[in-house]
Design a protein around this ligand. Structure first.
Ligand SMILES: [Zn+2]
Length: 290
């Protein structure tokens, strides 16, 4: 892979392209309070080198995935964008080249047909809108934006806040513009792409399932932030709405897909970003192709 090249996966007739906003080290306990150095070291043999740095940090990638299926261009999650986030300056500093990078990958913003947010936390909705003369306007003018109704109702009721702090800037303008469809958590987008209810991290969280020509993949959203959560499915994550429910969701998926032919593509996984769930020594690990 050339430096700066986008990762692309082929799932039957479907293509999935990763466009990166940022990828930075993060202390494991910054994601999972239980991820002490000792606990992480137990998994170093399969996490390194892709998912664990020599210094013992995790890598947190923030990227979008463009799914080309059924003649549609579906943008799954829209990163952080241009929204100022008090307390998260490190994540939002620097040039914001995502839209240029998306266009350079062949996906000019006017050509996106569907935007799907797996949930409404700030790092999944950011580029839903862009700042034009001080106003937040939809970035993808020709897209239908899909939000799970349950997810929208939850955060709307709370008035955003915390991890949905950009609700008013990155979600509400899309709804006000008439570009949003509030869908059920098992919504089917086309013959090859559908949503799957995966609650816990947030109440209306969805994964994206791709089935094409006998091949299968799942885009995780934040049902898994890092591959270690397959081996430690009960670990809470600091931004979970309901960690016990999130654990049940992961355990269900392990039961359904461990040692099966499903490519798991992580929304926050560092390159190579994807692998298969494999039983090894009584736990489930993510096995990459290299
Ligand atoms: Zn996230």
């Amino acid at each position: 892979m050339a430096a700066g090249a986008n990762l692309v996966w082929k799932i039957g007739d479907v293509s999935i392209t990763r466009v990166v906003e940022s990828c930075n080290p993060i202390a494991p306990t910054g994601l999972f309070p239980d991820a002490t150095a000792e606990a992480v070291a137990r998994h170093a043999s399969w996490l390194a080198p892709h998912f664990l740095t020599p210094g013992g940090d995790f890598l947190l990638s923030i990227h979008a995935l463009v799914v080309e299926a059924g003649g549609q261009r579906i943008l799954v999650d829209t990163c952080i964008g241009e929204h100022p986030l008090p307390g998260y300056e490190a994540l939002t500093a620097g040039p914001r080249t995502f839209l240029d990078d998306l266009a350079a990958a062949g996906f000019a913003r006017e050509t996106i047909d569907v935007v799907l947010c797996t949930h409404l936390h700030f790092d999944h909705v950011g580029w839903n809108t862009m700042n034009v003369d001080g106003r937040w306007v939809p970035t993808f003018p020709n897209a239908r934006y899909l939000f799970a109704r349950e997810e929208w109702e939850h955060w709307k009721g709370l008035g955003g806040g915390d991890f949905a702090a950009t609700l008013d800037d990155a979600v509400r303008p899309v709804i006000d513009a008439g570009l949003a469809d509030l869908v059920e958590t098992d919504h089917r987008i086309n013959d090859e792409v559908r949503l799957e209810s995966t609650p816990g991290h947030t109440p209306g969280h969805v994964a994206v399932r791709i089935d094409s020509a006998g091949k299968r993949a799942m885009i995780t959203g934040d049902l898994s932030h890092h591959p270690i959560q397959w081996a430690e499915p009960d670990w809470p994550m600091s931004a979970d709405s309901d960690s016990a429910q999130a654990a049940r969701t992961r355990r269900r998926l392990i039961g359904e897909h461990a040692d099966a032919d499903l490519l798991v593509i992580g929304t926050h996984y560092a390159p190579p970003c994807a692998g298969h769930l494999v039983s090894r020594g009584g736990i489930c690990v993510l096995e990459t192709d290299d």
